[in-house]
Design a protein around this ligand. Structure first.
Ligand code: SF4
Length: 423
């Protein structure tokens, strides 16, 4: 036994899936997974570099791991590794090695690990979360949006072969997962690079036809890949959950064009209308960037009113940060930091209000909740998600209801959270 590793993945769901894959590789190389860094002789940070905040988080984690366990070898991998391959930043942050996805490199690291500490009293394995599983089906992107570093980091779209996807689904079902989220950087491009070509719609039908998965969810999909074929599949496959995450990024036509996004607000509205006609109870979530170069006060106001009109059920707001090497990093029209902060705050407040308004439409209704092991901080009641991705507290759920889908009545709402009773 070469020892134990502690692994933490940051960033998007695709990166989380990459982290799971790396954990399997390290296990195959003879290491056990530790639930905390104190007893590990290898600490891995699977980092994200999508914004400067993500970079900072990664460095902070490296430093805290080094403090928690100075004798452990620290390795940084993932998008951060590709980004930092030539830079000294990681070494300065805590004696870490940068490792790209390369089995031989991991083998070398494992061979040269310091001995594990003997006084480890933690348990092995990652934190248990068997309820929901993320299955990576696609990686890479060729859209080259002006602000985005992903195509440079992850390369062109590549679909995961069906047999690997099926193996991941089987692994998730074997640990009794009730919900599978199909995940990809550009999920809607699934199958386009295959020979013969396939599609996300085909994949969903295959997974649903082959396995008894109670819930199938999609991670995030671009408007341009919301095809008629996919909408037909949504209508046919009843286990696809009534929730969709479509990144908007801006509600202003000019900013969208400067970002290189291939749609205007009218087309976005049309896509959402089609989804709402299909699933009237759908939860539509989105991402918006504030402070993109050249975003005027008027452009930001257009975004505010469009977001309000779209009535998103959840909003992720990102402050623009230039990523070196992307076209936007060279653009004029930098928005003053104070304005970025104010715009971000206004949009977050709007997002919170819309989320609460969406939740309130469920009062008195019956919903299906997949109950998870996590508990509501104040009441200790079990929590879970509805199909349309609302957080629900199920006040009277018994322990044996954890990891099952229960029918519950919405008694009241607390902000964007549903408060429910079973039955
Ligand atoms: S679609 Fe645009 S924002 Fe999304 S990963 Fe590709 S380049 Fe980045």
């Amino acid at each position: 036994m070469a020892g134990r590793f502690y692994l933490k993945s940051l960033g998007c769901k695709v990166n989380q899936c990459d982290g799971d894959e790396l954990a399997r590789l390290l296990t195959d190389l003879g290491l056990e997974r530790a639930s905390d860094p104190s007893g590990a002789n290898l600490c891995v940070v699977n980092g994200c570099t999508v914004t400067s905040t993500a970079d900072a988080k990664c460095m902070k984690l490296v430093r805290s791991l080094h403090r928690a366990n100075p004798s452990a070898h620290i390795a940084v991998t993932g998008c951060t590794a590709i980004h930092l391959m030539d830079g000294p930043a990681v070494d300065n942050a805590g004696h870490a090695t940068v490792v790209c996805n390369d089995t031989a490199a991991w083998q070398r690291i494992v061979d040269e690990l310091p001995a594990p500490t003997s006084e480890y009293e933690g348990h092995n394995g990652p934190p248990a979360d068997r309820t929901r599983a993320f299955v990576k089906v696609q990686d890479g992107c060729d859209a080259f949006c002006a602000y985005c570093i992903v195509p440079y980091m992850r390369g062109m779209p590549q679909s995961v072969p069906r047999d690997r996807i099926f193996a991941d689904v089987e692994r998730a079902l074997a640990r009794d997962a009730k919900e599978i989220t199909l995940t990809g950087t550009r999920l809607g491009k699934y199958g386009g690079d295959m020979d013969p070509p396939s599609s996300l719609a085909d994949l969903i039908e295959d997974v649903a036809g082959r396995y008894d998965v109670p819930r199938i969810r999609l991670s995030s999909i671009e408007l341009a890949t919301l095809t008629d074929e996919l909408l037909d599949t949504f209508g046919r496959v009843s286990t696809v959950q009534h929730h969709i995450h479509i990144p908007l990024q801006s509600g202003d036509d000019g900013v969208l064009r400067a970002m290189g996004r291939p749609y205007c607000p009218d087309e976005f509205r049309e896509g959402i209308d089609r989804l709402r006609n299909l699933w009237p109870d759908i939860g539509v979530t989105t991402d918006v960037i504030v402070g993109f170069p050249g975003e005027t006060a008027a452009a930001f106001e257009s975004t505010m009113s469009f977001v309000e009109e779209m009535a998103f059920s959840r909003l992720h707001v990102f402050r623009y940060s230039p990523r070196p090497g992307t076209p936007a990093a060279e653009m004029d029209g930098k928005v003053h930091e104070r304005d970025v902060r104010d715009r971000s705050r206004s949009l977050i407040e709007l997002g919170d209000r819309l989320a609460a308004e969406f939740a309130v439409t469920h009062a008195g209704r019956t919903v299906e909740v997949l109950v998870e092991s996590r508990r509501h901080r104040e009441t200790g009641s079990p929590m879970g998600f509805t199909g349309n991705y609302l957080t629900a507290v199920v006040r009277d759920a018994k322990n044996d209801m954890i990891n099952s889908i229960v029918t519950a009545r919405v008694v009241e709402t607390d902000g964007a959270t549903l408060v429910c009773d079973v039955g």
